[in-house]
Design a protein around this ligand. Structure first.
Ligand code: GRF
Length: 217
């Protein structure tokens, strides 16, 4: 069976990209990475991709001062040229316009380090601690024009532990992200994640997510 072609958009270290690279390398995984695209030439994730023999591209937003449409058109062209079918945001730090989001409607997903709809935006771990929540976590969702909004595909809850600070909590959430993102991509690639209005319906059995994504306490 042919594999779903992924385009992964990054801006930095690319640990979620690495999780997708590793997942795609496993026999039988139903997706492959066709292109890793960064808006920063020095993003470490580009080295990860090259090391794995994956095609890379840099579309630097600073090359398009005041012209976001041209920046996004260049990204869109690179993704189409590579035959990308599903765009995965993995620490991509530019807000995408409604035009770009519309071009990839239901073919554009993001991973966010909180249990959405709580804690949209940045500094999620510190804000979760300040709010005193007992569970934090991460979410993979389809992208809509509003920031960190869109139908939820998968989530993983991570308990907040006594003595946690933002870094400790972030480290544990990141481990869960690395398990959750490949899981969500697999659901889509297998055609089992169906967008139904504002929700995603999952067809067929879902593995025990708690065991899948939470490191042992
Ligand atoms: C992750 O925490 C992800 O949830 C957020 O940005 C961070 C990217 O980290 N969107 P990495 O570049 O994948 O290591």
């Amino acid at each position: 069976m042919s594999k779903l072609k992924l385009g992964v958009l990054i801006s930095g270290r690319g640990s979620n990209l690495q999780a997708l690279i590793d997942a795609c390398a496993a026999p039988g995984f139903p997706a492959e990475i066709a292109l890793v695209l960064s808006n920063k030439a020095d993003a470490f994730g580009l080295e990860r991709a090259s090391g794995a023999g994956i095609a890379t591209a840099v579309v630097d937003h600073r090359g398009y001062p005041g012209d976001k449409p041209a920046f996004e058109a260049a990204m869109d062209a690179a993704l189409r040229e590579a035959g990308v079918e599903l765009v995965c945001l993995a620490g991509f730090m530019r807000l995408l316009s409604p035009w770009f989001v519309g071009q990839w409607h239901n073919a554009l997903i993001n991973i966010h380090p909180s249990l959405l709809p709580s804690f949209k935006g940045l500094d999620t771990h510190e804000r979760a601690l300040a709010a005193g929540v007992r569970f934090h976590g991460c979410t993979v969702h389809y992208v809509r024009p509003e920031m960190d909004e869109g139908p939820i595909i998968a989530q993983a809850a991570v308990p907040v532990l006594p003595g946690d600070d933002g870094h400790r909590l972030a480290d544990r959430v990141l481990l869960s992200e690395h398990r959750l993102y490949p899981h969500a991509v697999r659901l889509i690639a297998e055609g089992r994640a169906r967008v139904d209005g504002d929700m995603v319906r999952i067809d067929g059995p879902v593995p025990d997510l708690a065991a899948l994504v939470n490191p042992p306490l």
